[in-house]
Unconditional design. Structure first.
Length: 291
């Protein structure tokens, strides 16, 4: 039941993102902030990574990393947090996603509560900007700079390894199966695929997470399918995806070329995308070696 609810929330997020084009949102932030409510698990992770976790006083039900986050007060789910619970925590800064929390952030700002948000999902540059800004807000500029440099360095080193693979697989990402939803080249996740040495086969679309035709996949099979699942519950498991294919009597790829990666390592634009990219690289490296 929990996985089903998480999947439905994910679909709602994706629908919102398909039709949104909003900028960074930030007003009247008094530095340094002392009480932060984060509606974005990736931003929560960044705050803890730069040593500002003690300033986080509220998060969503989806926030579960690092371990200390699980003990913090919850203000609701990712798509529909409670403004009343947010106000009860008396924050001096609320973090959100501009193309998901627009109305909520507007209401909070009208009540005099500073808000900050990023659009997310377009580019890894958004990660670097978010780390920089959260470092500024919390007076952790030094730690934020070090974190940005480490993430950039590790991704660059990984891209060098990915570039040297003898073959570069065509990759299809599965984030939901009914309907079949994937990741396009517009998303930063496509950057991670390229860094790891693969090629995202989904292009020529304005959507970050387009609905895809399984008939087209049958006619144009990928070399590798990555199923976004894992303990985060933000997608489908490899087992479920293969079962759906069998039930529909569809067979367009060998099961040995279907891999599952924890969605939190890819869908959270946090420093942990480095780990997600490394897992992609290991999949691509093994495929290149066997082909």
């Amino acid at each position: 039941m929990l996985r089903k609810k998480a999947g439905l929330n994910l679909l709602l997020v994706l629908v919102v993102l398909l039709f949104s084009n909003l900028p960074v949102f930030s007003i009247n932030v008094n530095i340094p902030v002392q009480r932060i409510v984060s509606l974005v698990p990736s931003m929560t992770e960044i705050l803890f990574a730069i040593g500002a976790g003690d300033k986080v006083v509220g998060v969503t039900y989806f926030d579960d990393y690092p371990e200390a986050v699980k003990k913090l007060p919850k203000v609701g789910d990712l798509t529909n947090p409670s403004i009343e619970k947010i106000l009860e925590l008396k924050p001096d800064l609320v973090l959100g996603i501009s193309n998901l929390h627009e109305e909520l952030l507007k209401r909070l700002s009208e009540l005099g509560i500073p808000c900050y948000s990023l659009k997310l999902y377009e580019s890894l540059n958004e990660l670097y900007l978010c780390i920089k800004d959260l470092g500024k807000f919390t007076k952790r500029e030094k730690e934020a700079k070090e974190l940005r440099e480490r993430v950039r360095r590790e991704l660059f080193n990984l891209s060098e390894k990915g570039r040297k693979l003898k073959k570069h697989p065509k990759v299809f990402i599965v984030i939901w199966d009914s309907p079949l939803a994937t990741v396009s080249e517009k998303s930063y996740i496509s950057e991670l695929i390229e860094i790891a040495g693969g090629k995202n086969m989904v292009s020529n679309t304005d959507a970050y997470f387009p609905i895809y035709s399984i008939e087209y996949l049958i006619e144009n099979p990928p070399d590798i399918v990555i199923v976004i699942g894992g303990k985060g519950g933000m997608g489908v498991s490899k087992e479920r995806f293969l079962r759906v294919l069998r039930e529909r009597r569809l067979q367009f790829i060998d099961e040995k070329r279907v891999f599952e990666i924890d969605g939190d390592l890819l869908f959270r634009l946090s420093p942990r995308v480095v780990e997600g990219a490394k897992q992609l690289y290991e999949v691509f490296r093994k495929w290149a070696k066997e082909n």
